[in-house]
Ligand binder design. Structure first.
Ligand SMILES: Nc1ncnc2c1ncn2[C@@H]1O[C@H](COP(=O)(O)OP(=O)(O)O)[C@@H](O)[C@H]1O
Ligand SMILES: [Mg+2]
Length: 310
């Protein structure tokens, strides 16, 4: 990380700004010198979640929804954890709790050893959340978008420009694509740019909430390969939610299966498959892991709640 002075990135002023983009990144923090000394303790996990519970009060008449119930997990630096679960199982809630978008009802979360409530600003600099609809200034180029993000993060713009070229090149995005308006790019490519943007800060905890849901098959494979590349280079520690079992198996060192906000299974893909084979006599596949621990097939997503909502 550069410790040089903040400079203004070269941004064109007159182009339209998509306000939806703003909430995803915090306003300019102090320059990088205030960065915590994360290198000092290599054994500190990238993410520590301890006994976290989150309830939502939906209406006065009804009991609160327990979206996350006593969840604990740990992601080592450079590790990739997959959160697997049907719709409504609590995946996004967990991601939003970790990224500080929701407050915890119970429990504790640490990011690179920093408490997310006590050290909120420092933590925000280490976390990057990429959700299904990554928000950009659509009329600006990826380079302009990334320089803008760098500025919000207090990263020197010259350094950010070099980093952008380095990161995107290594991830297989041609430099010439960096200067075209984002709106002219495919959704798969936009998703890659969003992830590349998240890699500008370092070290980083990358929170990917269903990064491939809704992409066409080709873009999906591209984005998966892209995540694999990041994972291989250990540039980031990754939390990935998905309801794609193959994706989880391919991309994650460890998998947590959520069902109604609770962890019902946890381990490496190999461990989980071995368990269902040994204990339940099932074929060792991720599908059977999921069926065994959640009692449902991924095809039957949890929609039944909606019928009695009104
Ligand atoms: N803001 C909210 N207010 C009320 N209930 C919510 C809210 N966000 C999520 N929930 C409920 O919490 C549960 C988990 O939702 P979510 O985390 O979005 O699941 P997933 O991402 O796995 O589909 C669901 O029952 C959902 O209806
Ligand atoms: Mg979700």
């Amino acid at each position: 990380m550069s410790s040089t002075m903040l400079k203004e990135p070269k941004m064109t002023q007159d182009r339209s700004i998509d306000p939806a983009w703003m909430p995803t990144i915090e306003p300019a923090p102090e320059p990088a010198s205030a960065e915590p000394s994360v290198d000092a303790a290599a054994s500190v996990p990238a993410l520590l979640v301890e006994h976290v519970t989150k309830r939502f009060n939906v209406s006065r008449k009804r009991e609160p929804v327990i979206a996350i119930a006593d969840v604990s997990l740990r992601v080592e630096r450079g590790g990739t954890i997959g959160i697997l679960g049907a719709n409504g199982s609590g995946k996004s809630t967990l991601i939003r709790l970790v990224s500080g978008l929701l407050t915890l009802d119970e429990g504790r979360v640490e990011v690179f050893g920093l408490d997310i409530e006590r050290d909120e600003m420092a933590v925000k600099r280490l976390i990057n959340r990429v959700s299904v609809d990554a928000a950009f200034f659509k009329k600006l180029s990826p380079m302009e978008n990334l320089l803008f993000a760098a500025r919000l993060y207090g990263i020197d713009s010259k350094f950010a420009r070099l980093e952008t070229v380095r990161i995107t090149e290594r991830l297989g995005i041609a430099e010439k694509r960096l200067s075209r308006p984002v709106e002219q790019m495919s959704r798969g490519m936009q998703q890659k740019i969003a992830i590349a943007r998240a890699l500008l800060t370092s070290p980083t905890l990358l929170l990917l909430d269903e990064p491939t849901t809704g992409l066409d098959p080709r873009s999906k494979l591209d984005v998966q390969a892209f995540i694999e590349e990041i994972r291989g280079s250990h540039d980031a520690s990754i939390v990935l939610t998905t309801h794609d079992l193959d994706e989880a198996e391919r991309l994650c060192d460890e998998i947590v299966v959520l069902n109604d906000g609770r962890i019902v299974a946890q381990g490496s893909p190999e461990e989980l498959k071995r368990l269902v084979a040994e204990r339940h006599g099932e074929e060792p596949t991720m599908h059977n892991v999921f069926m065994t621990y959640t009692g449902r097939s991924l095809d039957e997503d949890v929609e039944e709640d909606e019928s009695d909502d009104e």
